[in-house]
Design a protein around this ligand. Structure first.
Ligand code: NDP
Ligand code: GDR
Length: 363
């Protein structure tokens, strides 16, 4: 019997790396779309690389871009995948305020291009489609916890682009009979998380400050609350959605929320530092209880023009239908992330002198 084939867009990102690993372990032939870059961008999947000269190569990368329709059509035509996981996106909410048109092109139209490729190549009955939808669709809080039936209210160009993609998936399912599903995923993190998302920014800073390589961490809104899970759990949920006879939309979440401030406290406590908070809003500061030094401060540069205050998911449908639930607690995840950053930063510091300004610039 031939192996099932999967095509992953965004294979070089956090979720792409975990998903590629999962599908290879399940016996799939995995194809990934990567962007051309002037520097290496495959660091998260290098451990999965196989020499293309070997026999039975099961991971193949194709150059491509979500903004290039002919390129996407050719890749889908060549691979003829059984499953497409559309994870590629300009995924940073704050950056989307600066790059609204590009974000719409890649995240909204890019999704449409792939759906259209399946349709026009006659793969409707062969290829199943997973769309990386997001809890950002809920945006301005309408109800808590948020489930598949909670109304959307996007609060950023990113969320508005993902809203278009969400509805195109529903439409191609209803209009053309595609097996296309939306995973409405709440925030999920890991040691592979991009360094400019708040969790990884915090765990890296806690590690660097405890090693004496950084003095202070600047953050935006400390009061925002999120439902944070572990990426490894969430890619398993993506796969389960595509194994269902019928396509559908599912929330994946832990059902627990924490504030950014609580995440910061947990990360610093992991390196043996207790924080004491003083002031409010832009004057708020976190001091190391032992030394009295300010190690966390607010910088309004990181405030968003429109913020999403609270995301808390209700994952009961995924549990009922997919048998899926999040297995990693926030405490376990923070520990894994901080330990990984301590190891990486110590290794890096041994090689070169770390320029503090470079650390502070991480957004
Ligand atoms: P990352 O930002 O880590 O990865 C995004 C991936 O998309 C990278 O491989 C990136 O390539 C690629 N990419 C970006 N733009 C393009 C483009 N124009 N053409 C081709 N590839 C492109 O995101 P995550 O892994 O965290 O998230 C995966 C998906 O899930 C995204 O769509 C995100 O919006 C969505 N999502 C994420 C959540 C989370 O909490 N992580 C929650 C809900 C949804 P490169 O490596 O070259 O930059
Ligand atoms: P989010 O993740 O916007 O939820 O999108 P991010 O980690 O960027 O922000 C979470 C919350 O933390 C607040 N915050 C800061 N955020 C960043 N990045 N940097 C800071 O210094 C900072 N200080 C406070 C933010 O204001 C926000 O409230 C992520 C992405 O992965 C999306 O692609 C995905 O769709 C959603 O999660 C679900």
């Amino acid at each position: 019997m031939s192996r099932p084939k999967a095509l992953i867009t965004g294979v070089t990102g956090q979720d792409g790396a975990y998903l590629a690993e999962l599908l290879l372990a399940k016996g799939y032939e995995v194809h990934g779309v990567k962007r051309r870059s002037s520097s290496f961008n495959t660091g998260r999947i290098d451990h999965l690389y196989q020499d293309p000269h070997e026999r039975d190569v099961r991971l193949t990368l194709h150059y491509g871009d979500m903004t290039d329709a002919t390129n996407l059509i050719r890749i889908v035509q060549e691979v003829r995948p059984d499953e497409i996981y559309n994870l590629a996106a300009q995924s940073h909410v704050q950056v989307s305020f600066e790059t609204a048109e590009y974000t719409a092109n890649a995240d909204a139209l890019g999704t449409m291009r792939l759906l259209e490729a399946i349709r026009l190549l006659g793969l409707r009955d062969k290829t199943r489609f997973y769309q990386a939808s997001t809890s950002e669709l809920y945006g301005k809080v309408q109800a808590v916890p948020q489930s598949e039936s909670t109304p959307f209210y996007p609060r950023s160009p990113y969320a508005a682009a993902k809203l278009y993609a969400y509805w195109m998936v529903v439409n191609y399912r209803e209009a053309h009979g595609l097996h296309a599903s939306n995973g409405i995923l709440f925030n999920h993190e890991s040691p592979l998380r991009g360094e400019t998302f708040v969790t990884r920014k915090v765990t890296r800073a806690a590690a660097a400050i405890s090693l004496g390589l950084q003095t202070r961490l600047y953050l935006g809104n400390l009061d925002a609350e999120r439902d944070w899970g572990h990426a490894r759990d969430y890619v398993e949920g993506m796969w389960r959605m595509l194994q269902q006879d019928r396509p559908d939309d599912y929330v994946l979440a832990t059902g627990r929320k924490h504030s950014v401030r609580a995440f910061v406290e947990a990360a610093f406590s992991e390196v043996g530092m207790r924080l004491e908070w003083q002031g409010r809003g832009i004057d708020e500061k976190g001091r190391d209880a032992k030394t009295g030094k300010v190690v966390v401060a607010v910088d309004p540069r990181y405030f968003r023009p429109t913020e999403v205050d609270l995301l808390l998911g209700d994952p009961s449908k995924a549990k009922r239908v997919l048998g899926w639930s999040a297995s990693v607690t926030l405490e376990e995840m923070v520990r894994e992330m901080v330990r990984a950053d301590l190891a990486t930063i110590s290794r890096e510091a041994a090689y070169r002198h770390l320029d503090e300004d470079a650390w502070l610039a991480v957004g």
